[in-house]
Write a protein that binds this ligand. Structure first.
Ligand code: ARG
Length: 654
């Protein structure tokens, strides 16, 4: 049962006496942060009173409380401070509810009242290009949302909207035609394609840098001249002038250091004879690669043939990562899938008066947006935007979606705002669209984190490294056990996998997804604190209790009548267990798995408090022992299930 939902449903009609829109404040009824203020707390009397004339918030709180009858499951409401309404659940009611959870496989989580068809667009790397940690983050956050929505009874479609039609293909096609190492390609096509991609990238980058150097030099000279003029002519005691000088000097310094690193890059490149000669032979490589892309898009038979040959190899390579992470998709409809539909999309937008020509391109101008949405470029090419429009049409009409989640880097938020605004005008008004944006993973230097080789191979070695580090931790803990180690090597390895991969996923999930976070091995795999490891140990600890007491857990579940919540820490633990349902709902609404990680962390902490306050196996009476074992069992089940919804495995023994 969703207790929070029940409370809100009871309060909402009562509020209509003071506001036309109770739903706008109902979310101010929440679980309370501090048990002294009840189990739940409603804070809406304050903003409501502020909107009304001549009523004190506290008096309003009293009036609201009088209107709502919760006597069937709550203690009389208490009004505190300036107008907080404190809600405490009745002891016997909470006990009864907890008893019902014991035989309930769904752990009190009822399926959604209105199941929706939800498309989760996640992972979506640009294949043939190195998949980077940002795509890892999208994969992990997307997968967790997918699992939660599905558990809540929604019809979920996981769609990997891969970038399989972009300029990177022109680059590898060009590389293939000019620099292919046949043997390497026979042995490992993906590695060879990745090498070709890097090579072409490096060569075009070289030419870009080479052209940029003299420009940068001129810029520095100009700024220097400006500085000199200012220094000789202006009033140097003037604060404004001083500021200007400071700014100029720092600009010059910045440009100079950029110039130095550009020059270093060029020197390093030129030391490689082979690279150097290739650069000389292909001075216009960027344009040539673009032309290969254009030929592919125009349907050139050779390029299309190569594309068809490369694509499965690229897909195999990313599949390895998904398999290791236990991440699955229902569909992989990449950008290429929508190509045949793009011309119609543009025609339709034009016909509806939404898109028009501007400087040779076809654009949608949306009120409130500075930049237009370009759906066809001057050269006739369609864009990322056009593909996304076609994708939405497909998802609405063919997949019959009610809601689409886009789990994509926050740097694309402008794109999605424009996209969603356009789509509403275009006529898909019933479709709920949500950009599930996330921040950047940073290194310790606070710059975007890069795996050592910066590619899919690097991503895999990241997973390997995590498992290796986890192995060391698992072994150390095991060796330190009072009665000596308990695990054999196979078990250690299995646990290390769960801890290593779980650690990476959990670190991605526990942060508010909008913020950037620093990738830190030690924090990620720590035994204590808000980590997967901590929760995995908590789970294993409970399993250990059952082993030690020789308890048959399924037989135990027939004894639910024994359950009673006498101690404060028992009650707090039981309440938290009962909140599982409302937490999953909130994850589903906002697509924020960190609500679940917070919840599980809190649950593990409450369990620790309970376990240190209450004897379980050594409880004085048999009934108390059974009751506490039931609480242990429920805790373990919720931790295990909650982690599974995050894509994280547990182990019975660690
Ligand atoms: N391939 C894109 C990228 O790597 C992400 C695609 C996200 N999905 C979408 N429908 N635009 O940046």
């Amino acid at each position: 049962m969703n207790i929070l939902d029940e409370l809100r449903t009871r309060f909402e009609p009562a509020l209509s006496e003071w506001t036309d829109d109770p739903s706008s404040v109902i979310e101010m009824l929440k679980a309370s942060q501090d048990a002294r203020f009840g189990d739940y707390q409603a804070n809406f009397a304050m903003p409501l009173a502020a909107r009304l004339d001549g009523i004190k918030p506290r008096d309003l709180a009293v009036q609201i409380a009088e209107k709502v009858d919760l006597s069937d499951f709550c203690e009389p409401l208490e009004i505190a401070g300036p107008g907080f309404i404190n809600i405490k659940l009745k002891q016997d009611w909470l006990e009864g509810l907890t008893k019902q959870l014991v035989p309930d496989d769904r752990l009190g989580v009822s399926p959604a009242r209105k199941p929706q068809k939800v498309v989760v667009d996640f992972s979506a790397p640009n294949v043939a290009k190195p998949m980077h940690v940002g795509h890892l983050r999208s994969s992990v956050i997307g997968d967790a949302n997918y699992r939660v929505l599905q558990y809540l009874g929604h019809d979920v479609v996981g769609d990997n909207h891969i970038g399989d039609w972009g300029t990177q293909f022109g680059m590898i096609i060009f590389g293939y035609k000019h620099f292919l190492d046949e043997d390497a390609f026979q042995k490992n096509p993906v590695n060879e394609l990745a090498r070709l991609y890097r090579l072409v990238n490096q060569l075009s980058d070289y030419h870009v840098t080479q052209k940029a150097v003299p420009l940068r030099q001129t810029e520095i000279e100009e700024l220097g001249a400006k500085l000199q003029t200012l220094e000789t002519t202006a009033n140097l005691t003037d604060k404004k002038i001083q500021k200007q000088l400071k700014k100029l000097k720092s600009d010059i310094g910045e440009r100079k250091s950029e110039l130095t690193s550009m020059q270093e890059k060029l020197t390093e490149f030129e030391q490689d004879e082979d690279l150097k000669s290739k650069a000389v032979a292909f001075p216009d490589i960027a344009r040539q690669a673009r032309e290969e892309t254009a030929r592919l898009h125009a349907g050139d038979a050779d390029n299309l043939e190569l594309w068809k040959q490369f694509l499965p190899e690229c897909l195999d390579a990313i599949q390895t990562v998904y398999d290791r992470l236990d991440i699955h998709f229902d569909l992989t409809l990449g950008e290429s899938f929508y190509q045949p539909m793009l011309a119609d999309v543009v025609a339709d937008l034009k016909q509806k008066g939404l898109a028009k020509e501007s400087q040779g391109a076809i654009c949608v101008f949306m009120e409130g947006f500075e930049a237009p949405f370009i759906v066809q470029k001057q050269d006739g090419a369609f864009t990322y935007a056009t593909t996304d429009l076609a994708t939405i049409k497909y998802r609405a009409e063919e997949l019959q979606a009610d809601r689409v989640l886009y789990v994509v880097d926050s740097r694309q938020s402008d794109h999605f705002q424009l996209l969603f605004a356009t789509v509403k005008q275009w006529g898909f008004t019933n479709l709920e669209l949500q950009h599930v944006s996330f921040g950047t993973i940073l290194g310790k230097n606070k710059r975007p984190y890069k795996t050592r080789s910066g590619d899919t191979v690097g991503l895999e070695s990241l997973l390997d490294e995590s498992i290796q580090r986890a192995h060391a931790i698992v072994a150390e803990n095991d060796d330190a056990k009072p009665d000596g180690p308990e695990l054999n090597e196979t078990e250690r390895q299995q646990i290390a996998e769960a801890v290593g991969l779980g650690g990476i996923k959990y670190a991605d999930l526990k942060h508010n997804r909008d913020s950037d976070y620093v990738f830190d091995w030690d924090k990620m795999l720590a035994n204590r604190g808000d980590t997967a490891t901590y929760m995995q140990y908590a789970y294993a600890r409970v399993c250990g209790i059952f082993r030690k007491g020789n308890i048959d857990r399924s037989a135990l579940r027939n004894e639910q009548a024994a359950l009673c919540l006498t101690e404060e820490s028992e009650r707090a633990l039981a309440l938290q267990i009962n909140r599982y349902s409302e937490i999953l709902e909130s994850v589903a609404i906002e697509a924020r798995p960190n609500y679940l990680t917070n919840y599980l962390f809190e649950l593990s902490n409450l369990f620790s408090t309970f376990y240190s306050n209450c004897h379980v196996l050594k409880a004085e009476e048999e009934q108390v022992k059974t009751s506490r074992l039931l609480l242990c069992d429920l805790t373990a089940r919720v931790i295990n299930h909650g982690l599974s919804l995050l894509g994280i495995r547990t182990c019975e023994r660690m």
